[in-house]
Ligand binder design. Structure first.
Ligand code: ZN
Length: 124
């Protein structure tokens, strides 16, 4: 079973912040992490592959480019959301702050958490 987690936020000096996206993909090959921002790197099995080789490494392991995984992830999330709306009704779906920097989207009717957005720049 594959699991994808995406975090985004900003990094770098506060006067010149840089947007980053970090994809964590857990699959049969283990856990691989791709970070694209001020620096680009891929971490897999304790190895850190930097800059221009980072994307190749990710592609070599996962079989897709980081952007494709990102697209799958958002499509999947949207589908899950729409299915839930069909089941419980849109008026029951609400957003609430969770832990610092987190926003939870949940259903009032059945209590399911549909989405959890983590924004690190809201914490730091
Ligand atoms: Zn529900």
């Amino acid at each position: 079973m594959n699991k994808i987690t995406i975090r985004s936020g900003s990094e770098g000096p506060s006067h010149d912040p840089y947007h980053f996206t970090e994809i964590t993909f857990e699959g049969r090959f283990g856990t691989i992490k791709h970070h694209a921002g001020l620096a680009t790197w891929t971490e897999w099995k304790g190895k850190l592959v930097r800059e221009q080789h980072a994307r190749d490494c990710f592609f070599g392991v996962v079989g897709f480019m980081p952007e494709e995984i990102e697209k799958f992830y958002y499509r999947m999330k949207q589908r899950r959301f729409l299915n839930h709306v069909k089941r419980c009704g849109r008026k029951n779906i609400e957003s609430a702050p969770g832990y610092p920097g987190e926003t939870l989207t949940y259903c009032k009717k059945c209590g399911d958490v549909l989405d959890c957005d983590f924004n690190r720049s809201a914490v730091e």
